[in-house]
Design a protein around this ligand. Structure first.
Ligand code: PEP
Length: 252
């Protein structure tokens, strides 16, 4: 079901003690406002999932992982399987983040396989798509997003596609302080929703949350989230500061 969502991607940051402090502050902030209109998701590094899960026991937020293996359990040294995540009651998992695509050579095919593993374990994938600066400059951004969405997701049936969250993250905006304008975000979000409507149906497209990510912060979140097809944000840098993250979660 289409929900307002704010998801924090901690990436490869924080010591265990710093993670503990941050989640304590976030939980404190969340306790003080009614999260009925927004699903808040915290995605820490793997070793801290249990710590964050414990904090979610008495405050209303969800826990997500940042990646998952495309393989099942077995002899894959260093990998974390979807089954392991589900055995820890993880609700969400980011897939296909641009940093994974860039540094770990993840392809749309890998994304599709990871999405399948997650859905089989009842974990909602947060699938990232987004163009590079050179794609936008060459006016290829629609083409790039289309192939990421089609190749990563369009093998899913009508039920499964509705269990997925999509995050539009223009790569030129991630960690750069250069946010997409609200018009640029809305244009691509509407484009993605239209792809979903053409492939599935308008009703189904309306059910899918599409998040914006890329230097989203406490100052620009409200404008971005007010766009018709922007259902919230995937937040990197600003998710590492509890006040900013809470402020963003209040921006609907
Ligand atoms: C991200 O990495 O998903 C992200 C959106 O990062 P930032 O908010 O720091 O641009």
């Amino acid at each position: 079901m289409r929900r307002n969502i704010v998801a924090g991607n901690w990436k490869s940051n924080k010591s265990f003690n710093d993670a503990d402090e941050l989640i304590t502050d976030i939980a404190e902030g969340l306790r003080e406002f009614d999260t009925i209109d927004v699903d808040v998701i915290v995605c820490p590094p793997f070793p801290y999932l249990e710590l964050i899960g414990d904090a979610a026991e008495d405050v209303e937020f969800f826990v997500g992982a940042q990646n998952v293996s495309k393989f099942e359990d077995g002899a894959y040294t260093g990998e974390v399987s979807a089954r392991m995540l589900s055995s820890m009651n993880i609700d969400y998992c980011i897939v296909g983040h641009s940093e994974r695509r860039k540094y770990f050579y993840e392809t749309n095919q890998d994304v599709a396989e990871k999405v399948n593993r997650l859905l089989a374990e009842n974990i909602a994938p947060i699938v990232c798509v987004g163009e590079l600066l050179e794609d936008r400059e060459a006016e290829k951004h629609f083409e790039v997003i289309r192939s990421q969405v089609e190749e990563g997701l369009f093998h899913l049936n009508e039920n499964d596609i509705q269990r997925v969250i999509i995050a539009y993250e223009p790569v030129w905006a991630i960690g750069t302080g250069k946010t997409a304008t609200k018009e640029q975000a809305q244009e691509i979000h509407a484009f993605i929703r239209n792809l979903l409507a053409e492939k599935y149906s308008d009703d189904i497209a309306q059910e899918i949350s599409i998040l914006y990510g890329g230097s989203c912060n406490a100052k620009n979140a409200r404008d971005l989230f007010a766009q018709t097809d922007v259902d919230g944000g995937l937040i990197g840098g600003a998710a590492l500061k509890s006040e900013d993250f809470i402020e963003i979660a209040k921006s609907f």
